[in-house]
Design a protein around this ligand. Sequence first.
Ligand code: ACM
Length: 784
Amino acid sequence: MTQLLPRASTLTAALAVALACAFPAAAGTPTAVVQAQTVEVQGTPLIPRPVSVQPAQGRYTVDAATAVFASGEAATVAGQFVALLGDTTPLRLAGPKASGSGRASGIAFRLVPATAGASAEAYSLQIGPRGIVVEATDERGLFYGAMSLWQLLAGQQAAAVSLPAMRVDDAPRFSWRGFMLDSARHFQSVEQIKTLLDAMATHKLNTFHWHLTDDQGWRMEIKRYPKLTEVGGCRAPAGEAGRKPDGTPNLYCGYYTQEQIRDVVAYAAARHITVVPEIDVPGHAQAAVAAYPEHGVVDEPTEPSHNWGVNPYLFNPGEQTLEFLENILAEVIELFPGPYVHIGGDEAVKYQWQASPAVQAYIRELGLKDEEALQSHMLKRLERFLESHDRKLIGWDEIIEGGLPPQATVMSWRGIEGGIEAATHGHDVVMAPSHTLYLDFLQTNLPEEPPGRPKFTSMQKIYAFDPVPAQLDPAQRKHVLGVQANIWTEHTRTFERLQHNVFPRMAALAEIAWTPLERKSYDDFLARLPAQLQRYRALGIAYGQTALSVAMKRQDDRAGGKVTVELSNPLSYRDIRYTTDGSTPTAQSASYGAALTLPVPTELKAMTFVDGKPLADAPNRWTFDAASLLTRTDKTLAQCPQGGRLLLRLEDDTPLDGPRDSFDVSIFNPCWLWEDAQLQGIASVKVRAGRIPYNFGLLREEEARRGWRRPVARYGEFEVRAGCEGRVLASVPLPRQPGADGFIELEAPLRKGPETITDLCLTFSGDTRPQMWVLDQVTLRPAD
Ligand code: ACM
């Protein structure tokens, strides 16, 4: 699509403004007003919630004069604490000094002798009227104690913070507390990755899974094979985004040098985070095959893909390619000292192997059953290589299918079933089910969410997840190493958007990964979350606002000239305040209790409050006027069920830089549904539509399920039906191309019929790939 004109509700612009308002200062600069007087912390608003908190008598105030004591290895942690506190709050403490008599007032960090059976990640935090002591048997535990103390202080922005006396005893539930970043589909700078690592550390997460290779890009420098990044590191995006105005390719490129990778690994290690690199084998290999076609299967050259989804390019299973992969892994092992290497294994559709006489002959030569067994053969060989270098193989749950490598750990993403099966057979597992822990699934069903997968995974859904399935017996449960959330970045083009998707949901991830099951409480979590948001501001993190805002559901009564509105907060906070006089809601504004029936026109503004303070940075605002009763957008329409499964919120391909518009569209059987449309007095249906790239790799069976309504006119038509499969109520031919602004506006007269209130299904017929029509806005037009 070409340049967009402004339209009634420009989502991306609104979001950009909201984010700019939330974060006017540079990242890393605290934005809150510094309190001059001492601020008292109430309770223990730690996230993740600790194992045990025992309140005690008295308080202790931390201010610029507070001394910090530590010696030996404890001084490293104490220094990190002082530096982080100084960077993120007004509390600039000196030190640390070597421990004195132990009686001086201040904050002491101490390593103490290990007790049998204690976790190396355990710590205690004691706050008393004479000072604070953080103790652990290992630097890791001491670091988490420091993070807890930092959390208590950084939830405030004051020059003096008074903490209630307490004793916290804490240790993690799981040893794998993971977060995966896809740097292949879209690329993040080293500085941005460090911001994420800082955030992970403050959430007590300890495993950073770095998805470095995929069809759309190879992002890791391999000295022996420079074309992996020279060729595999660049792709031409789909549609107009792939060409500059002068017609030259507008390549999307990026990779990490080995020096940068060492820097990231060291930065993570200093925060007790292990980096798990992923080299995806045998599928998701198109960028690598583009660089080294001899290690692919088909003869024709290819290039890094601009299609999302499942692409067909596989590595060659032969000996030379296994050596190529081992040589790559040798460099990976040099750079990443952690015990695990992730070897992918997901979504490797076997079409190329099936179609290749050479691969088929190889399967027979090896005496293998089929292509799944061949994949298993490759992965077992790579496992042997990793083991000979003291490394362990982990892979996505598809690695079960042809027979698991003997020592493999399974990352369960297609639900938890793969994890259950692997644990049942004595393999370690990490739970990362897509339906709950994929952060490219939107966090609310609000129109303001950025592009992604609109099957949303709310904070509540993440919070409710228990990584240990009930059906496992105690011995099998021990194989559940932990839990991980994954951010895939097909639709996450910018770091602002990435932060929106990751935060604040990382808080719920932290709690399911760390907190004992019996200490989990969503209501208690909600009470602690506002302090966490203050910490995000202190860290310069542009957390998402949508879940903190107000969701609105409307029922129109056009004949009566009114609208009935239900308000809610997506996280289930209950104090919603609203105004209808144009003013910004305050804690004293009208309290929302039950559905509001409002006359038209009305301007409604609403905000969520916690303890008298607004949760989001700006109010939600809706204008209910005569026009709004007759208009819907792609994001306020439902979908017909047969299309709902692959609903996506996709962004436009232009402009090349800056915000772009986005559209909800199912890539199978697209049909936007206006439920209970009131057709009395309506003469026609007017649509504003545009075209965006259709850039998806699909499985063959999915392709076959994909329905296009057969066109009648040359370029197809815009059609309005009564219900998803009902009779055609209106139809108007489509032009060959949209207009210069990327949009068309068409008006279809409504055929007379018995319907007065019906669901309207809005579709475009014809197959316009590699583009597709998307609905932007639809309006019912009354007879004059
Ligand atoms: C995956 O989401 N393909 C692991």
